[in-house]
Design a protein around this ligand. Structure first.
Ligand SMILES: Nc1ncnc2c1ncn2[C@@H]1O[C@H](COP(=O)(O)OP(=O)(O)OP(=O)(O)O)[C@@H](O)[C@H]1O
Ligand SMILES: [Mg+2]
Length: 295
């Protein structure tokens, strides 16, 4: 099963059509690097990210595998959010932000001229640290994105299906007209996940999605992530080591290099199967971090 989509640049000076191809074979084994190149959904090569003159992240190379959960961990300021935002070109929205290097998405350069960032953000959805439902009804929170994307099917079915997938349907099915803001924090975060799912993405990015939630709501989101990963690819930033160890298949550990002149740059220390990262990492800096000796 697969679909080819040609995105057309809205800028007529850029007539080059970018091609974003989506294929979704079944989920690979849990953990363990997968040798099959076709399982790589994002291939990050020598990525540096700048905010103006400041290089926030230096030369990151990292594969992200489809139908896996990849966790990005590391101390505050090492560039996890910065790297996460590159996967759906959210950094484009920040004045002065630019990248060097390449991110291939299904083999297509995400930053190539002609790739439409709006289409990229539909395919690569995002869930933020603080649940941010729109000040609208639960139904309209979900229907908003599909309406803008020109969805022509049965909206009520799509809303139900999205809420079902986000494990929220049973709790809200009798109050779809009530405000999304009136839900509990954990429910709001599941609403935001349902909203991300409703536009039929390929990848879901999550930036510390549980940090504002209590342990029970956190567990629900973790269980939900493990259900969703059979249909989607998930990249999660988390400060919670147990969470990374519990939910992710692969973990990337970043740190901050401080130069003699005080310049701080985020770097990738290593990326590997989560089991290995937490029991027998290759780099002593990873071991210090995951065992709590640092950070
Ligand atoms: N919009 C921005 N403009 C300028 N500098 C930024 C911007 N966003 C982040 N930075 C800088 O980039 C570096 C990496 O920040 P980033 O937010 O990616 O770190 P992080 O690993 O997500 O940290 P935390 O764990 O605290 O969320 C930091 O030095 C930060 O000050
Ligand atoms: Mg961050």
């Amino acid at each position: 099963m697969g679909a080819d989509v040609v995105t057309e640049s809205k800028d007529r000076r850029e007539p080059v059509g970018g091609r974003l191809t989506v294929n979704r074979p079944g989920r690979g084994g849990h953990g363990g690097p997968v040798a099959d190149e076709r399982s790589v959904i994002f291939d990050v090569q020598n990525l540096s990210v700048f905010y103006g003159e400041f290089r926030a992240v230096r030369e990151v190379s990292l594969p992200v595998h489809r139908n896996e959960i990849t966790a990005l961990i590391g101390p505050s300021g090492c560039g996890k959010t910065t790297v996460l935002r590159c996967f759906n070109r959210m950094n484009d929205l920040i004045d002065g932000a630019r990248i060097e290097g390449t991110i291939l998405y299904h083999g297509v350069d995400l930053y190539e001229r002609g790739v439409d960032p709006v289409e990229v953000r539909r395919r690569v959805g995002m869930v933020f640290q603080k649940p941010n439902p729109f000040p609208k009804s639960i139904f309209d929170n979900i229907a908003f994105g599909p309406r803008i994307a020109g969805f022509k099917g049965n909206m009520a079915d799509l809303v139900e299906e999205s809420l079902q997938k986000a494990a929220l349907w049973d709790e809200v099915k009798d109050k779809l007209k009530e405000s999304g803001m009136a839900l509990s924090g954990g429910q709001q975060q599941r609403l935001c996940i349902a909203r991300a799912i409703a536009v039929q993405p390929d990848v879901i990015l999550m930036d510390e999605p549980c940090s504002a939630l209590d342990p029970i709501a956190t567990l629900r989101i973790e269980e939900l992530m493990q259900q969703l990963v059979s249909d989607y690819t998930i990249i999660i930033v988390t400060h919670n080591m147990q969470q990374a160890a519990r939910v992710s298949d692969r973990t990337a550990f970043f740190t901050v290099d401080v130069r003699h002149d005080g310049q701080r740059t985020g770097t990738l220390v290593e990326v590997d199967a989560t089991d290995k990262m937490f029991t027998n990492p290759s780099d002593p800096r990873t071991e210090d971090y995951v065992t709590g000796r640092f950070g």
